[in-house]
Design a protein around this ligand. Structure first.
Ligand SMILES: [Mn+2]
Length: 229
């Protein structure tokens, strides 16, 4: 779906000037859960690669920007993360010329894995009018278009309170247009932003005027956040 400014929403990824942007994959979640005493079957990587290959058939991307939290374990690298992240890189590099990682709060030690495939890790990435950064803290730079992740936005509806749906949020941050991307991780839907509790400093109560785009089999514009309550 075209949302203006040269931006196309394609499933859980955003496409702008030959760049495909996605975030919050959190590869290694099953390994982290296992270490905490929970068993999760390992289907996350397979799900992600299948979803991504469909996206690659819909847009001609030359660059893949991972907007933070490619891995899940903070401060350590699990065996599963080495294997899954390298498999992810090798798959993606069959479709794009270059991968760039924008560091998220879970990516403190992503650098040794990225170095194996000569992939740069940056704090933010600028292309055209767009500045891409993870959004767990406020950055000094700005641009007409800001793209963040971290929040994993999802919405619920009054008639189906238990069900959450991943969504994009589009609104204003100072003089810029702010786009909050859904998480690409298949294990969780995300945090319900209709409850007014936010992870990112870029979201505050008062996001009622933000536009909601729900991601299901396609993208569904759902009006404003305030109309969902
Ligand atoms: Mn994060």
């Amino acid at each position: 779906m075209d949302i203006g400014h040269g931006i196309t929403l394609v499933d859980l990824a955003l496409f702008y000037k030959k760049h495909l942007i996605l975030g919050d994959l959190q590869l290694g979640s099953e390994g982290v859960a296992h270490n905490q005493g929970f068993f999760l079957p390992k289907f996350q990587l397979q799900d992600i690669l299948e979803r991504l290959s469909k996206i690659f058939t819909q847009v001609k991307a030359e660059f893949l920007i991972i907007n933070g939290d490619l891995k899940h374990a903070i401060g350590t690298i699990l065996d599963q993360e080495w294997t899954d992240i390298l498999a992810f890189f090798d798959f993606a590099l069959q479709h794009v010329q270059k991968i760039i990682i924008v560091r998220g709060n879970h990516d403190l030690v992503i650098d040794p894995i990225a170095a194996k495939r000569n992939i740069a890790v940056v704090e933010s990435y600028r292309v055209g009018d767009m500045l891409i950064f993870h959004g767990h803290k406020v950055v000094k730079e700005t641009a007409p278009l800001l793209v963040v992740g971290h929040e994993h936005p999802a919405v619920s509806f009054k008639d189906k309170p238990g069900d959450k749906y991943k969504c994009y949020l589009v609104g204003k941050w100072k003089k810029s247009i702010l786009i909050v991307m859904p998480s690409f991780n298949p294990l969780t839907e995300g945090s319900d932003i209709t409850r007014d509790r936010f992870l990112s400093p870029y979201l505050k109560p008062g996001i009622g005027t933000f536009d909601v785009y729900v991601v299901e089999d396609k993208i569904y514009p759902f009006g404003k956040v305030q109309d969902l309550r």
